[in-house]
Each structure stands twice: as structure tokens, then as C-alpha cells.
Design a protein around this ligand. Sequence first.
Ligand SMILES: *Cc1c(COP(=O)(O)O)cnc(C)c1O
Length: 396
Amino acid sequence: MKKLSKPEFARLREKTRLVLAGRDSSDSYGFVNPPIVRGSTVVYPTTEDFLVRKARYSYGTSGSPTIDALLAAAGTMEGGAGVLACSSGLLACTLPTLAFLRAGDHFLVTDSVYHPMRNFCDRMLPRYGVEVTYYDPLIGEGIAELFKPNTRAVWTESPGSQTLEVQDIPAIVAAAHARDIMVMMDNTWATPLHFDAHKFGIDVSVQAGTKYYAGHSDVLIGTVSARTPELYAQLKLSWDALGVIIAAEDAYLTLRGIRTMAVRLKEQMPAGIEMANWLAARPEVARVIHPALPADPGHAIWKRDFTGACSLFSIELQPVTMKAVAAMLDGLTLFGMGASWGGYESLVLPFDCKRYRTATTPGFQGPTIRLHIGLEDLEDLKADLDAGFARLRAAR
Ligand SMILES: *Cc1c(COP(=O)(O)O)cnc(C)c1O
């Protein structure tokens, strides 16, 4: 096999790059995959080498071949200046704020933000002198009216957690960049395969690699991608200063997941859409929230900006007691109930975003449920939900 040059590699299509990225069998004793390199100490051959840290890797906290292989694969999808990895998706959200915000700054955060990130913004950022304002995810160019002289960054997440509002990212980026304000985005739902965040001007793109990257519900990991070399350098500075590390096994498993991510999404995206349409036709369902459905309020922007969807969406039931919802969900045999998603298995959970929203009031009348469609046969999943709806009706 002949080695590709960098320009030759860059010319390949994304699917091919995902298979090749981060692999160099001449570095892996001839094996296809990179080795899992564990380690703290790196030894140097001479005093002189040690004094100037002349080595490809200087110490365990500064990286390893396994982690570099993961970053190469993530970077080929993100298309920015550089990617860093950390030990959870939540840390991938919080660390860019430590890297780019300072005391006295104002930070605008979408009201649809992943809830643990809201927790960080409420409990930690004020202690460091950062003022946080939540905004309506559908604000679009109206974001400009919320800018203050000290606004440093806007946090976006599109579609938003649980309620899946699709944000007008180009409008927000245009307004922010006109005032030298950064835009950060949690791009976990679409993954870089289905939303090209940096192409849309997103400065810092975050991915909970725990979801579709790892893809098997067995790893917690996060990645942060920077659009320009300058942004990457500043991000890297904080990374190094904070001592953020990930385990070699987790890097390896995530890289392994990335190899098949395009194939899993190719199966899970239509499965999610088919299930969403099936649910939309159910009398027990008041509304399906899935941007890929033409009836969804976010559909037009999704169609304009995204190249695909994942298999995570929500539904609003017709008004019914929580007892009836529990009767439906507790008896399901194929849908596990639990947080996280993006694995090969189907999941379901009830949620109530009215409890913590501050900038918007979601207009739900009935209980809301989030579903993640895995790789099971759809007919089996429908039968499981069908029996669940029968329990719901009986308990009403
Ligand atoms: C799950 C999730 C995270 C956090 O990922 P963890 O690895 O579970 O910490 C961040 N953002 C979104 C949108 C998520 O769904």
C-alpha cells in the first residue's frame, strides 16, 4: 500500500477519510489499527534531549499516539484548525468557556442548552465574574439586541436539547462576528457529518463523543474543534494548563466507533424519521418534534443548513396523567429508560423542560418524551410502543 500525501488525503471524500484518518501501519508494527499506548513517563535518550523536551510526546498529559489518531479522525470531520479531546461531553462544553471567557465578560447562552451545561453556567461562571444571559433559541439575528459592550461569546446548540429548536446559525454568526463576538456550538445532534459547523463560521464546535462517535454506550468522551489556528492555540493553552486527559482505551474505542459512524447514521437517520412519522399518526400523540419532518417548525432551516439528521427526537403526548405515561414506559421491553443516546440501542425518557427554562416558556399541554432509535428492527420497536400506547389508554 502506497502512503497518501496530505493533499491527496484532503481530496478524498469524507467517508473515505473516516476510514483512513489516524492510521499509519508503519507506526503500528504493520497492524491496521494504532496501538493502545498507556503511559505517564516518556523517557529521553540524552540530557540534551530532555532539557529541550525533544520528543514526539513529552509526557502522558500532553498526548499519545492513540489520542492523536482519534484527533486526526475527528479533525477530518470537523475541518477546522485543530481538535482536542477530553473525558466527557460536558467537559467539552465547559472548557471552551474557561479558555475564552474572562472576569467581566457577558456570555449569551441558548435557553435550549444541554441542562448540565446550564448548571455550569449558573453555578460556576458567576464565581469567575462571568455574567450569563439565556436567550430564545429561535432569536436569529435578533441576538444583536442582547449584545452588551462586554459580550464575549454566544453559546448555541442546534437542534436544542430535548425540545430540538433549530437555530438560525448563519444569522447568529453574522450578527456576532460583526461585533467581534465568538460563537460556540454544541453540534452533538447532527455530528460534523450532518452539520458543517466551521463552514457556517462557528468558532468552537463541541461534540459529546459519548453519543454517535463512540456509538456503543460504553465510553464517555468529548471533543472541541477550533475554526482557526489562533483559536486553536488559545484553546490548547487552557487544555495544557488544566491537565485535561483521556484514557487511551477510551480514545481507542471512540476511534473505533468513528470508523462505522457514517454507516450507523445512514441506518439510524431514516429509522428515526420513519418512527417519527409513525408516531405523528398516532391519536395519543399531540405533536412530534423532529426537524426532518416537513411539519416541524425548524424544518426549513434544517433543510437549508443541515445535510442529515440523527435518530434522536421528541414527542408531546395528548394531555394524560404521569401515571398513564409510567404505565406506557415501564412496560416497554426494547426501549431502555435513561440519559445519553447515540448508541446502537433504543432509549426513551420523559422530560419536563418547563422546570428550568428561563428565557422561553415551552407551550406543551401534555407530557413530553424523548426517543432515541437504535439499530433494532423497526417493526419490533413499533410493536413495543404499540403495546405501550395500549397501556397508556388503559391507565388514563
Ligand atoms: C450528552 C450530551 C452532552 C454531554 O456529554 P457527556 O459525555 O454525557 O458528558 C453534551 N451535549 C449534548 C447535546 C448532549 O446530548
